[in-house]
Design a protein around this ligand. Structure first.
Ligand code: C5P
Length: 242
């Protein structure tokens, strides 16, 4: 079985409040988030193929940004899961159902090569795939459901209902790795039945009774979502010796 990366990069990144989608912002001197992410993926598994999912209207992308000679391009959908499914359908035309697909957010450029390699090993030993993750370390609060009147007087202020136990709680990162056929079937079914609950690939597998493996990963695999995340990612990458 072959290895494939599926990189959803069709988001508009509205929470960044930037003039362009976040994957095209400068992260390293002269290099974008998208270029940094793809370069790390390529280095971690030089033998893996690539399916890159881009917005149909994307005006910033140029093929020189991709460190692969040959790769597949798919058009993204309105939600992340739609983009991933579009990528899976595209891959299915050239790949086998037992090939391993690593889905990785373009917005996670700080993923470590050694974590990607550990993920592949774990996914190959699992029937249900595997994901990079880290145990929760903050105390987790459940916000109270506020009545309409309270919401009006207190603006956006929220009150605590209770503290959730963090024992056994993990943060899910990407990449997330599954056999192509298994993931395609699970994601199609989950999107048809409960699309709002599918915030990552593992959640689609869980919805059909599977239990993907949690592979402990470096905590600095952050997702660039808000403006301060970009500054943090720049510092993290600058501090790493290559
Ligand atoms: O916006 P958010 O950070 O949750 O997006 C996570 C990843 O999913 C990003 O890599 C983004 O480009 C991708 N995405 C996509 N298609 C969408 C929405 C997000 O490929 N419709």
């Amino acid at each position: 079985p072959r290895l494939w990366y599926l990189v959803p990069a069709a988001g508009v990144g509205s929470r960044m409040q930037a003039d362009r989608p976040k994957q095209y912002l400068e992260l390293t001197p002269g290099g974008s988030v998208l270029e940094a992410t793809l370069t790390t993926l390529r280095r971690a598994l030089p033998e893996a193929g690539l399916c890159l999912v881009l917005g149909a209207e994307d005006a910033y992308f140029t093929p020189t940004m991709v460190p692969w000679q040959e790769w597949l391009r798919a058009d993204g959908g309105s939600e992340r899961a739609d983009s991933v499914l579009a990528g899976l359908e595209c891959l299915s035309r050239v790949a086998s159902d037992d090939d391993l697909v690593l889905v990785h957010d373009v917005a996670r450029p700080c993923v470590r090569e050694s974590d990607i390699q550990a993920l592949v090993k774990a996914a190959r030993e699992s029937d249900d795939g595997a994901i990079l993750a880290a145990p929760a370390s903050d105390t987790m609060k459940r916000a109270a459901v506020l009545s309409h009147a309270v919401e009006r007087t207190e603006g956006s202020a929220q009150r605590i209902a209770h503290t959730e136990s963090r024992t056994g709680l993990w943060h899910a990162f990407t990449p997330q790795a599954f056999p192509l056929g298994l993931l395609r079937t699970a994601l199609r079914a989950a999107l048809a039945e409960q699309p709002e609950r599918i915030t990552d690939e593992a959640s689609a597998l869980e919805a059909c009774g599977r239990s993907p493996v949690l592979v402990p990963a470096a905590r600095d695999n952050l997702k660039i979502t808000h403006p301060e995340d970009l500054a943090m990612a720049r510092l993290l990458l600058a501090a790493r010796e290559d």
